[in-house]
Write a protein that binds this ligand. Structure first.
Ligand SMILES: NC(=O)c1ccc[n+]([C@@H]2O[C@H](COP(=O)([O-])OP(=O)(O)OC[C@H]3O[C@@H](n4cnc5c(N)ncnc54)[C@H](OP(=O)(O)O)[C@@H]3O)[C@@H](O)[C@H]2O)c1
Length: 349
C-alpha cells in the first residue's frame, strides 16, 4: 500500500445503493474528491455524483482503469468482482470486496473490524479482503459481546431484511408499489418476483436442496469463518420486509455458561464498539429499522432470559435479543471503509 499521506480510492459500483453510501462515508471522514475515482457500468459513464460540495464524474469500469489506485472498494456484484478483483489486487491495489465472490476462499480474510480486525494486521500481505454478508455483520455485532462473555453454543436467528439489501432498484420498487397499491392498483414487480409493498416474503435468493436459501446458508458459514469456530450450531430464517433500509434480526442463543446477571450482559453489549444498547422496557423502546437507518451503530435490545432453557438447577442458558442495523452502512459501506482504515493505520500512513 502507498505510504503517501493521501491514499487514492476507487469506488466500483459507485452509482449503486452501497457505492453511494461508500462515497458518503469517505466524504464524512474527510477524504477529498480529488483522491476518489468512481466507476460503474458504461451506462453510467459521464454521470456526475454529488460528493459533499463537489462532484465526481463516473467512469466506465474497464481493464486497466484501476492501475495506480491504492484502495479499491468493490460493490458491483459478484460477476464484476470475479473479473476485476484478483487482477487488481495482483497489481498492488488493496481490494475490499462487498460481493459474495471470495468470502469463503481460504486465502481471503472475511473481516468485521470490531470482531476480527486483528486478522488484517496478522496477514499484511493480503491485498484482497472480503466484506461479510450484511445480515451476518449486523447479527454478529449484536452477538459477539455475548459470545465473548458467555460463549455461544447455538444460535437461532430470524431476519427482517430491508428491500435496499437488493440494491437501489429495489428501493425504487418499494416506492412505486406503495404508490400503486395506495392508488387502488396492482403492484408491478420488476426486481422481486412478488410484491414487496405491504408484504413479507422469504429471502429472494435461490433455495438449495436442503430448503435453505443462499442468504441463510451464508449466515451460518460466514459466522463460523469470522468467529474462527465451526462448532457453534447455527440456523437461520431470512425474510424480506417492506422497509427501505436497515435489517433487523431476532436472535435466540444457547450459551456455554449460564447467565448469572442480565445487567452484565447489558454492560458487555453497551461497551462493545459500534453497538448501542436500546433496551428500555418501561417505555417499550427497542431497536427499530427507522432508528437504525443512516446510523453507524447497530442497535441491540429486547434482552430477555429464555425460560425454556433453564436447567434442573435453575441455571438459565438461553437469551433472546433483537438487533437493527443499517445494512448499507455497517452491513456494507462503513464496514468496508473501516477495513481500509485499519490497513492504512497499520501501514503507518
Ligand atoms: N445492498 C446491500 O445492502 C448490500 C449489502 C452488502 C453487500 N452488497 C453487495 O454489494 C454489491 C452491490 O450491491 P448494491 O445493493 O449497491 O447494488 P445496486 O444498487 O444494484 O448497484 C450495482 C452497482 O454495480 C454497478 N454495475 C453493474 N454492472 C456493472 C458493470 N458491468 N461494470 C461496472 N459496474 C457495474 C452499477 O452501475 P450502473 O448504475 O452503471 O448499472 C451500480 O453502481 C452486490 O454484490 C451486493 O451483493 C449489497
Amino acid at each position: 500500500m502507498s505510504q503517501s499521506a493521501n491514499p487514492t480510492y476507487a469506488v466500483v459500483g459507485a452509482t449503486g445503493a452501497v457505492g453511494r453510501e461508500m462515497l458518503d462515508v469517505l466524504c464524512a471522514q474527510g477524504v477529498g474528491a480529488e483522491s476518489i475515482r468512481a466507476f460503474a457500468s458504461p451506462r453510467s459513464a459521464g454521470r456526475r455524483l454529488e460528493y459533499g460540495n463537489a462532484e465526481i464524474t463516473v467512469e466506465a469500469l474497464e481493464p486497466g482503469v484501476l492501475e495506480g489506485i491504492d484502495i479499491a472498494l468493490f460493490s458491483a456484484g459478484s460477476a464484476i468482482s470475479k473479473q476485476f478483483a484478483r487482477p487488481t489486487a495482483a497489481r498492488g491495489t488493496v481490494v475490499i470486496d462487498n460481493s459474495s465472490a471470495f468470502r469463503m476462499d481460504a486465502d481471503v480474510p472475511l473481516i468485521v473490524p470490531e470482531i476480527n480486525g486483528d486478522e488484517l494486521t496478522a496477514n499484511e500481505s493480503r491485498r484482497l479482503i472480503a466484506n461479510p454478508n450484511c445480515s451476518t455483520i449486523i447479527t454478529l455485532m449484536a452477538v459477539t459481546p455475548i459470545h465473548r462473555l458467555l460463549g455461544v453454543a447455538r444460535m437461532v436467528v430470524s431476519t427482517y431484511q430491508a428491500v435496499s439489501g437488493a440494491g437501489a432498484a429495489a428501493m425504487e420498487e418499494l416506492r412505486r408499489q406503495a404508490r400503486e397499491v395506495l392508488d387502488g392498483g396492482e403492484p408491478t414487480c420488476r426486481v422481486f418476483d412478488q410484491p414487496c409493498a405491504f408484504n413479507v416474503f422469504s429471502h429472494n435468493t435461490a433455495i438449495g436442496e436442503d430448503g435453505y436459501n443462499v442468504e441463510e446458508t451464508k449466515m451460518v458459514k460466514e459466522t463460523h469463518k469470522i468467529w474462527g469456530d465451526g462448532s457453534v450450531r447455527i440456523t437461520a430464517t431470512c425474510i424480506r420486509v417492506p422497509v427501505f433500509r436497515a435489517h433487523c434480526a431476532s436472535i435466540n442463543l444457547t450459551l456455554r455458561e449460564p447467565v448469572g446477571d442480565l445487567d452484565a450482559v447489558r454492560e458487555a453489549i453497551a461497551a462493545f464498539p459500534g453497538v448501542r444498547l436500546v433496551d428500555d422496557r418501561a417505555a417499550n423502546r427497542f431497536p427499530t429499522p427507522l432508528e437504525a437507518s443512516g446510523r453507524d451503530e447497530v442497535l441491540v435490545g429486547r434482552l430477555r432470559l429464555d425460560p425454556s432453557q433453564i436447567d434442573g438447577k435453575g441455571r438459565c442458558f438461553g437469551l433472546n435479543l433483537f438487533a437493527a442495523g443499517d445494512q448499507l452502512r455497517k452491513g456494507a459501506a462503513l464496514n468496508a471503509v473501516q477495513i481500509a482504515n485499519v490497513l492504512l493505520a497499520h501501514a503507518g500512513v
